[in-house]
Each structure stands twice: as C-alpha cells, then as structure tokens.
Design a protein around this ligand. Structure first.
Ligand code: NAP
Length: 270
C-alpha cells in the first residue's frame, strides 16, 4: 500500500538511550500519531537500535497509519552490510517493510553500489522508497548520475529559521526534481524556542515559540518537518503548529532577523 507522506512528522534522536525514559518516549510518539503526525523518523544510529525499538513499540497495532523512515550508517552502505543493516532495523521496528530508507550521510562506499543495493531492497519488498541525508547539490548531482540514482525520493537536511542556506540552491534543486526535502532539527535542537525574536512573534500571536518556528517551515509546500519531542505538552504544541498561519508582515519580520542566503553556503549538518 502506498501512503501519502504527511508534512508534519516526528523525530526520535536521543530516544531509546535510557531505559527509564522509554515509556514516556513511547507515550509521546503515540500521542503524536493520535494527533495525526503520522510520519516517524528514526535511524539505526539513534541509541544503537534503541530508538527504532521505541518506535516499534509506539506503532504496534497501527502500522498501516504510519510512514516509517529509518537511516543506515555510511559504513554500512556496501551490499553485504546494507542488507544486514536493513534486516536489523526491520527487526527493531518489528515491521516487514520500511516506507523510506536513507543513507545517513556520505561515506566511502561508491554511490553506485549503495544505490544498486537499495534498488534490490525495493525489489525484495524490504523498503518502499529510498533516499539520502546531508547531501549537498554536488552530492545530489553525482547521485542522480549513477544507475538508478534518479529514483532518490528524499533528502533529509538541516533546515530551520536559523539555518536557511539550502534556500539558495539545494531546496529549489530538489523541488524541481520532485525529491522531497525533510527538514531536520526544525527547532534548531530547541534553541529557536528560546530565541528572543521568535519569542516576540509568539507572544504577539499568543502561541508557543515552537509553533512559530514550525509554522514558518510548514508554509513551504512539500517540505516534511520532523520535530522531536519527548514531552506530551511539546507534542501537542508541535501538532498545533500545523494550524498556525504566519502573515506576510510576520514573515518579513522573521526575514529581517533570519535573512535568506544571497550566495552559496556549504550545507551545514548537526
Ligand atoms: P529539534 O526537533 O529541532 O529539537 C528538539 C529539542 O526541542 C528537544 O530538546 C525537545 O525537547 C525540544 N522541543 C520539542 N518541541 C518543543 C516545544 N514545543 N517547545 C519547546 N521545546 C521543544 O532537534 P532534533 O531532534 O535534532 O531534530 C529533529 C529530528 O530530526 C531528530 O530527532 C532526528 O529524527 C532528525 N535528525 C536527523 C539528522 C540527520 O543527520 N539526518 C540530524 C539531526 C536530527 P523534549 O524532547 O524535551 O520535548
């Protein structure tokens, strides 16, 4: 079954690292799913399988409602290790098929080998689509030039009000080709919720600061935004961001504090 990818999902970095936090993390993800944030982003790296296991528990019984995204290490990107890594992720997640599987960042394995293996995983029904993460324009150009590379479905990159470099070239490059951009660290790892300019706008609009930062991203059609929240209150706040509309005056004000790029900036990563 193919599912539409929603614009607002949930991240899971730092989940699955501490047993004491597990039930709260599962509850946060379940609440998000109930509220309609039905895309979950995880990675084999997060808690070394721990976050995938938390996600597995959270989505149990509702697999068909959720778009599940995971990522593999660059040092697992050769054929033998990638087939094993995918099986390990599916086991942790307790699912048969990943909706989207991403190369976490570029590494030493030739892209042609990784892409051929990802296409093999699609053919075997282990993944529905595949993509990359932390790829700048030059990396994307190389990727689409290898056999099967044009099937790349998504590029997950750092993008938020304070990190707007991709607007200069990478974002339009991907949009033109129908490659979905996933904005990671949309709250700049929480920092934007404490930024005075964001707080000012939020106070005027009577919404929490996180909603300003997320609504700013969500006004861009096609973007997938994946805030991570482990508290129920934060999950509720983040879901409500989808209902917040920033008017032209507010967008202009934010542009003054967080100017768009006027020249190429190398892709930043966390
Ligand atoms: P983020 O989502 O920008 O920020 C997360 C931080 O913000 C947490 O400390 C969280 O606290 C806090 N927060 C969440 N909602 C809030 C709210 N409504 N009000 C105030 N604070 C709030 O950072 P991130 O986790 O780095 O990025 C999101 C996801 O993107 C990750 O979890 C991961 O799935 C993905 N990611 C991918 C890459 C990559 O290389 N591909 C890199 C980084 C991240 P609580 O947890 O206490 O609620």
């Amino acid at each position: 079954m193919s599912r539409a990818w929603p614009g607002l999902g949930m991240g899971t970095w730092h989940m699955g690292e501490r047993a004491a936090a597990r039930s709260a993390e599962v509850a946060a993800l379940r609440l998000g799913l109930e509220l309609g944030m039905n895309l979950v982003d995880t990675a084999e790296m997060y808690g070394e399988g721990g976050a995938e296991s938390v996600v597995g528990e959270a989505i149990a019984g509702r697999r068909d409602e959720v778009v599940v995204v995971s990522k593999f290490y660059p040092h697992h990107a050769d054929r033998r290790k990638l087939l094993a890594a995918c099986d390990a992720s599916l086991r942790q997640l307790r699912i048969e098929t990943l909706d989207l599987y991403l190369l976490h960042w570029r590494g030493p394995v030739p892209l042609a080998e990784t892409v051929a293996t990802l296409e093999e995983l699609v053919a075997r029904g282990k993944i529905r689509r595949w993509g990359v993460s932390n790829f700048d324009v030059a990396d994307m150009e190389e990727l689409v030039a290898v056999p099967g590379g044009e099937n790349v479905a998504a590029n997950q990159v750092l993008y938020n009000l304070a990190r707007r470099g991709i607007e200069f070239d990478l974002l339009p490059w991907c949009e033109k080709r129908g490659i979905r951009v996933m904005a990671y660290s949309p709250l700049d790892e929480g920092r934007l919720t404490r930024h005075p300019a964001v707080a000012d706008v939020a106070a005027r609009m009577h919404v929490p600061p996180a909603q300003v930062a997320l609504a700013w991203l969500l006004h861009r059609p096609g973007l997938i935004v994946i805030p991570k929240a482990s508290s129920l209150a934060h999950v509720r706040d983040n879901r409500s961001a989808a209902d917040v509309v920033l008017d032209a005056e507010t967008l202009a004000l934010l542009d003054r504090t967080f100017p768009p790029p006027h020249r190429k900036r190398p892709l930043e990563m966390v």
